[in-house]
Design a protein around this ligand. Structure first.
Ligand SMILES: Nc1ncnc2c1ncn2[C@@H]1O[C@H](COP(=O)(O)OP(=O)(O)O)[C@@H](O)[C@H]1O
Ligand SMILES: [Mg+2]
Length: 353
């Protein structure tokens, strides 16, 4: 059986000031019906470009190579009605900032019922009744009142629920959720996440869930892809990624997250800055920030290699460092504070033993 979504060797270049810049290189993954895949990485790593490629929403002039197949059909070759159907029925996008994707002068009710009235030719009263039901599904129980309100009358969390309700209206087979909780406060974030996860399960939809928060991805996704500078650096089961990361970047992301029960005097930051694909140096793009980097890492970009058990890493030293990436960072007190390239002495000792 083939997967619902198959992305194979996807590379994207965008025109900037007369030249093409690489923003994605050789991205490959697949997603089965009903499964959830996390896409994690710092800002600029290519997460949004990946989902925009899938939804065929890349900026004008983009050059795409590789293939994207949805239910066996080539997404990059869809045109006209087939493309419209794919975008309006098969996939649904949920964005980071719901306010930017609603019209401030249109009521919530119009927003929610529009697609039903136009695409489904549902009579207005019936569309309204369905909208109230959809709102109840996302935990909004005073739907009749909400339908008459404008976006600015709703909090960010409520508005994001409305967006989720709107995307459910068409019962898509794939949800592309691009940092749907990043703009929300922590409590609202977990409520929205819980709703999204429950609906995804109940409706049996596949979901591509984008976040810069590796632990959030691990909590909701079956598998996780970690991206850096437009390329995948790791891909494996979320639960194992959490305990057994295979790339120093994944381990660093994990350690850069605040945890209530981890008492560290300062939050360890990943030293240096994230790089975009077009600015990336030769060799491993993460090498300048990696405390395990050696000369060979800077010489050539390592391939994404299988580590067994459907786990993949793009680190040359993955096998040697396996099992030590998290442990040593704790021994040495984190990954440094941004002042230098950190201290790898702890690991060197452990690996030498
Ligand atoms: N319209 C655009 N034109 C040119 N480059 C862009 C455009 N949008 C984004 N980029 C670049 O593409 C890279 C990937 O961006 P993006 O996918 O948005 O990252 P992420 O979602 O992981 O934060 C970044 O280097 C960004 O600067
Ligand atoms: Mg983004």
């Amino acid at each position: 059986m083939s997967a619902l979504l198959e992305v194979d060797g996807l590379s994207v270049q965008l025109p900037v000031a007369g030249e093409f810049r690489t923003v994605l290189q050789d991205v490959s993954f697949s997603l089965e019906a009903g499964q959830t895949l996390g896409l994690v990485g710092e800002s600029g790593s290519g997460k949004s470009m990946t989902v925009r490629s899938i939804a065929r929403l890349l900026p004008p002039g983009a050059r795409t190579t590789g293939s994207i197949r949805f239910d066996g059909a080539s997404v990059l070759d869809l045109r006209g009605d087939a493309l419209r159907k794919f975008r309006s029925r098969d996939v649904s996008m949920i964005f980071q900032d719901p306010r930017a994707h609603t019209n401030p002068v249109r009521k919530i009710g119009d927003f929610l019922t529009e697609a039903m009235r136009i695409n489904g030719k549902v009579p207005p009263r019936e569309a309204e009744r369905r909208a109230v039901e959809l709102l109840a599904e996302v935990g909004i129980h005073d739907g009749e009142r909400r339908l008459k309100q404008f976006p600015h009358e709703l909090s960010g969390g409520l508005l994001q629920r409305v967006m989720i309700a709107a995307s459910l209206a068409v019962k898509p087979r794939l949800i592309l959720a691009d940092e749907p909780t990043t703009a929300l406060d922590v409590t609202t974030q977990s409520e929205v996440m819980a709703i999204l996860a429950r609906l995804q399960r109940e409706y049996g939809m596949a979901m591509l869930f984008i976040t810069h928060d590796l632990e959030l991805a691990a909590a909701v996704c079956d598998r996780t892809v970690v991206m850096y500078a437009g390329a995948m650096v790791e891909h494996q089961d979320s639960s194992r990624l959490h305990t057994d990361p295979l790339h120093p970047y994944s381990a660093a992301l994990m350690q850069a997250r605040p945890e209530i029960d981890r008492r560290v005097p300062r939050l360890p930051a990943i030293p240096g800055h994230p790089t975009s694909a077009f600015e990336a140096p030769d060799g491993c793009a993460f090498a300048p920030r990696c405390r395990f980097a050696e000369d060979a890492c800077r010489a050539a970009l390592p391939p994404l290699e299988s580590m067994g058990d459907a786990a993949y890493s793009r680190c040359r030293r993955a096998a040697e460092l396996r099992g030590h990436l998290l442990a040593t960072a704790e021994h040495s007190g984190g990954l440094g504070d941004g002042a230098g390239v950190g201290d790898s002495a702890g690991l060197e000792e452990e690996v030498a033993r």
